[in-house]
Design a protein around this ligand. Structure first.
Ligand SMILES: [Zn+2]
Length: 228
């Protein structure tokens, strides 16, 4: 009997790399520019699902956020998250960006099946720095990075795990970035119980790190944190 060998399935890093090649000039790039994060997109390996890998068919047209892990000069990819950037969810009928996005009948973010909550941007944890940030959401972590504050993120309040705690102990200060809404305050309250070095950084209504940095600039975020 002859057995035909199938090509091995694409690795996570190959998939992320493929998606990042489709990013320049894509709707994802346009969206990231709108969020003020275009200058960090390449560093974070952001991508666009122009040609879905097997099993990713439902993610077509979405922004790709890889969870990069330092791996000796290269990057490994722990997981990939997808974010909806569909025009009907993010734009008004006249083509302008919506103030508040609406993702009806589907989640704004999608994780890979079976993936566990993980820290985003763990490279921040190996930067020599007396302080570190901690954000709820990947975009806020990226925006804080623009201000020179190494900032890992978690993908929501419920995504915190006990084993994340030790990574943040020992820093002089951990800036907990919250957008001041109900879930954001819960997030900070939960972290404050665990991290004695946590300093909550609150934003006015309608602002989060991303919007704040886009509107007032990276230096304003540093000043808000008491940094020069
Ligand atoms: Zn949507």
């Amino acid at each position: 009997m002859l057995l035909k060998s199938l090509p091995p399935p694409a690795s996570m890093v190959d998939m992320a790399q493929g998606y990042s090649l489709s990013f320049p000039g894509s709707p994802a790039a346009e969206y990231i520019k709108h969020r003020g994060l275009d200058s960090i997109a390449a560093r974070m390996g952001l991508g666009y699902v122009a040609h879905p890998a097997t099993g990713h068919e439902k993610q077509a047209g979405r922004l790709v956020i890889p969870y990069l892990r330092p791996a000796g000069g290269e990057h490994a990819v722990a997981t990939i998250r997808f974010r909806c950037i569909a025009e009907e969810c993010t734009k008004n009928p006249d083509g302008s960006w919506r103030e508040d996005e609406e993702h009806e009948g589907h989640g704004k973010y999608q994780s890979l099946p079976g993936s566990r909550p993980m820290l985003y941007n763990t490279q921040a944890l190996i930067q020599p720095s007396p302080y570190i940030g901690l954000s709820e959401g990947e975009f806020d972590g990226m925006a804080a990075e623009l201000a020179g504050i190494p900032t890992p993120g978690v993908s929501g309040v419920s995504a915190w795990r006990d084993h994340f705690d030790p990574a943040f102990l020992g820093y002089e200060r951990v800036f907990g970035f919250t957008d001041g809404d109900g879930p954001g305050e819960q997030f900070i309250a939960k972290l404050a119980e665990r991290l004695p070095n946590l300093i909550p950084i609150y934003f006015d209504k309608k602002y989060d790190v991303c919007r704040f940095v886009k509107e007032f600039g990276p230096q304003a975020l540093r000043e808000k944190c008491g940094l020069s």
